[in-house]
Structure formats: structure tokens, C-alpha cells
Design a protein. Sequence first.
Length: 429
Amino acid sequence: MSQAADRPLDRHDIKTLLLAALGGALEFYDFIIFVFFAITIGKLFFPPETADWVAQMQTFGLFAAGYLARPVGGVVMAHFGDRIGRKKMFTLSVFLMALPTLGMGLLPTYQQIGVLAPVLLLGLRLLQGAAIGGEVPGAWVFVAEHVPERRVGLACSVLTAGLTLGIMLGSSVAALINISLSADEILAWGWRIPFLLGGVFGLLAVWLRRWLEETPVFEAMRQRKALSRELPVKTVIRDHWRSVLQSMLLTWTLTAAIVVVVLLSPTLLQKMFAIPAPLALQANSLATLCLTIGCVLYGAASDRYGAPRVLALGSLALLGSIYLLYLGQQHALPLFATYALTGFCVSIVGVIPSVIVRAFPAPVRFSGLSLSYNLAYAIFGGLTPLIVSLLLKASPLLAPAHYVGVLSLVCLVLAGLRLPRPATAVTAT
């Protein structure tokens, strides 16, 4: 397949993007459905005498555990992705996600098996984290190495849109369950439905990925015997540590936007402003739809105008919109409108993956991206729910906005410094 930098996407490129994005959506649904039922899980998997705020902190701790497991799974899968092929790890990651998600849907509660219930839940959450640690970086590398150089921004943003589509699917399923079932029915058995569906979705994603082909970049390296001869992560740490640090800072912004605005806000809006759960989840679904569409638009814009300029403008838009969302609820502004606008502004995250992909050369690209992204997500993404919960004590109505606002400024500074600097063209071998 020709890798001319300026050619348009052909039918093979489009098929690859759509299949990768759809598979990513189904897998990401599995990973994030947990957070939409955090309150219910806290009631079911911890002692009934536990205070509500303690149960919520413990549940968010389990949520964070999935992020802490990401670097291990990501580095291991990336090692083999750089050594034996992108496609094999791309398929394995989704299979490893489906099994623990099914397990969660079948798991006994604290009332049934006592303290073993949260222990088993923790184990399954760690498996999910290991799987997603290989999935997301692998997906970005996979699509970036399939398309022409001048379409890498669009390709990565389409894949990111697929991941956010998985969040929207999770939010929509949660909203439907909250509308269709009573609180007692959800507590008794309804909470299991999204996890069982997730297991089925995961197996469907495995089947979809049978139709994908290995990337031309990896095939060319294999034919030329140009694959990394030493441990890829060792090369990354020794020769590309600056790119790792720069990429981690960019990922920090991505985690703040996604975790706070998309994953935590439905629960936070319920707690902080007494917004009914169905209404908060419906607004979240609309916001995530705007995010999904916006990712593609931002990605296309980065190919045309350059990632630094788009990142700078997008960071300012995110800064303004997050305060509008949380201040707006104090002044009775329409929830759906402010949440939808904020969701669209979060779309700046669609540009970040293409910047990080370009920061590492092909022989260690998967390992470099995986180490940077997963380590940052483990530190910042995993601890974000806990940090926001603690900040709420100091700023009960604006803590989430302050956190995202600060990270928007970090991204603005990085965009001004034009970091990270590309190590090589993505499609070059």
C-alpha cells in the first residue's frame, strides 16, 4: 500500500479506521461502565454500616486500581507489539477485557460472601486495567501506521472518537437502566446488566478485529530486520526520556478532561447540585456525543493547521467551558446546553494522541507511547477521583472546574513550547 504523505484516505484506510474505532468503543465501554454505577457498587460491595462518603471513596479507590494496573499491562503488550506485531496485541487486549467484565456481572455481593466480594472486584478491576493499558496506545499506533503521514491527526482522532463513543454507550445504557428500573430493582439485580452486556460487546470486538491487517510500517521493519534488538522500553527510557516526560504532561491534560468532565461529572452533579440521576446521565450522553463529533473535527483541523495551534485554542475553550458548566448549575443555566458545550471543548483530547505518536520512532513507538500514556494515566487519571473528592472539602462547588482549569493551562503552555518534538514521521520506516 502506498504511503505517499499527501494522498487521500482510500477504502482500505477507512475500513481499518472504522473497524478499529468500533472495536475500541466496545472495549472502552467495558472499562468505564464501572464509574456510572459507583454509588450502587459502593452500597453492594462494602459493609452496610459504612458511611456514604467512605463507601464512595472506597469505590473510587477500586476505580483508581484499574488505572494503576495500566502501566504493567501496557508495557508488556507494547513489548510484544514492537517485537511480534501490532495486530496480535490489538486483538489480545480486547479479549482480556471481555472476561473480567463478564466476571463483574456475575460477582456475588458483600451480603453474600462478605469481604471476599470487594477483593474479587479489585482483582477483576486490575485485569481490566491491564487490558486497557495495551488497548489504547496500541490502537493509536495501529491506525497511525496505516494512513498517510498528513492524515495521522485525523486517524488518531477518529480512534479517540471511537473510545469516547464507548463512554457514550456506557452513559446511555446507565441512563436507560435508571429510567426503566426502580432504585430497588437496580440495587437487587439491574446493576449487573451493563457488565453482562459489556462481556458480550468485548467478544464482538474480538471478532471484528479478525478483519484487520498488520500495519505497513511494522511489516516493512520486519522485512528489513529493523525491529528493536533490545528491550524496547529500555531504549525508550535511555534515548527518549524527554519525549516520555513531555508526553506524560500532555496525557495529564487528557486525563483531567475525560475523567472529570465525562466520567465523574454525572455523579458529582448529583451530589453537588441534587440533579436527578436520569437527568445527569442523559446530559452526559449528549455531552459525550458532542465530544465524539468534536474529536474528529479537532483531529482534521490539526492536520491542516498544525497541532500546536489547535491545542492552544482548544485549551482556552476547555478552560472557559468547564467553569461555565459548574458555575452554571449555581445560577440555573440549562444543564444540557452547558454540558454539551463542555463536552465539545473536551474534544481537544483528540489531538493529543497524534502528537505523542510522533514523539517516538517506529521500532519503539508502541513501547514509548504505552509507557508515557499509561504511567501518566496511572498517576494522574487513577488519583483524579480521590483528589477531586478531597478538593471538594476546600471548594465544594468548583473543585472539578479548578482541577480541569489548571490542566488546561498546562496544555496551553506545552502548545506554546511546541512539545513534544517529533522523533520521526509516523509512516517512515
